[in-house]
Design a protein around this ligand. Structure first.
Ligand code: KIV
Ligand code: NA
Length: 275
């Protein structure tokens, strides 16, 4: 809706107060994060984080749309960006525009994000030309994990830094309103941030980026598989949930739950049939 932070407003925040971004996949988490962030990304990381796939290649348009709808229902203020999953934009500009249009039409999100620099600039330009704002994503690209043979940090050699800068410039020129820089040597992300006029959003990148993003489940300590080095856990929800389950199990087994407050006695006078 009109009261949301728009992609063009995000674009205008280049060089200002750092942009606060997090992923979100569900209605309740979007509700909790919306007051605190500038941007919510419905990342294709949802395939791993919530659905248990080995890589983000397990994401589909249907999955992204379902979670995009949930996050839109749970947020009112944040700019909501939905990831284009692998296999939905690489073949041609027409395929990219069709997939972006479907995601925006079915969710009402403000923008889409796709992975790639020089090689995907034409896809970005085509989507932008059709009136849909695009966020870029360069550096470590999780959708390329099989091709790359793992999650490799970028920018360790001068040639690789030059390729990253070329990717950043291509994404900017193609009309993206911002760009995620993931998994690079710190100095490379800082250098790119100085060289382009659109905000850089770092993850495993640099404090000099124009904003930061983390995967929400990583940030709150809910991720049960390996957590990357660049993550900071601001809470430890794994143990909160495990302790709650342990206590519940004990109380069910010894019949302390449900207690008097959780059952309907039949003499209730101050209510109807509502739970
Ligand atoms: O899918 C995702 O969560 C992302 C962020 C890590 C940028 O693309
Ligand atoms: Na992603």
């Amino acid at each position: 809706t009109d009261s949301r932070i728009s992609p063009s407003l995000i674009r205008q925040r280049k060089g200002g107060t750092p942009l606060v971004c997090l992923t979100a996949y569900t209605y309740p988490v979007a509700r909790l994060l919306d007051p605190h962030v500038d941007l919510l990304l419905v990342g294709d990381s949802v395939a791993m984080v919530l659905h248990g796939h080995q890589t983000t290649l397990g994401a589909s348009i249907e999955m992204m749309v379902a979670h995009g709808q949930a996050v839109m229902r749970g947020s009112a203020r944040a700019c909501v960006v939905v990831d284009m999953p692998a296999g939905t934009y690489e073949d041609s500009a027409a395929q990219a525009v069709g997939s972006a249009r479907r995601i925006v039409d079915e969710t009402g999100c403000q923008a889409v994000k796709l992975e790639g620099g020089v090689d995907m600039a034409g896809r970005i330009a085509a989507i932008v030309a059709n009136g849909i704002p695009v966020m870029g994503h360069i550096g470590l690209l999780p959708q390329s994990v099989e091709k790359e043979g793992g999650y490799k940090i970028k920018g360790r050699t001068d040639e690789n830094v030059a390729a990253l800068v070329a990717d950043a410039l291509a994404v900017e020129k193609a009309g993206a309103f911002s760009v995620v820089i993931e998994g690079t040597i710190e100095a490379a992300a800082a250098d790119i941030t100085r060289r382009i006029a659109i905000p850089t959003i770092g993850i495993g990148a640099s404090p000099d980026c124009d904003g930061q993003i983390l995967v929400i489940d990583d940030m709150v300590g809910l991720t049960v598989d390996r957590v990357p080095k660049f993550v900071k856990e601001y809470a430890h929800l794994r143990s909160v949930i495990a302790h709650a389950a342990e206590q519940y199990a004990s109380e069910v087994r010894n019949r302390t739950f449900p207690g008097p407050a959780h059952v309907f006695s039949g003499s209730n006078t101050n209510g109807g049939d509502d739970a």
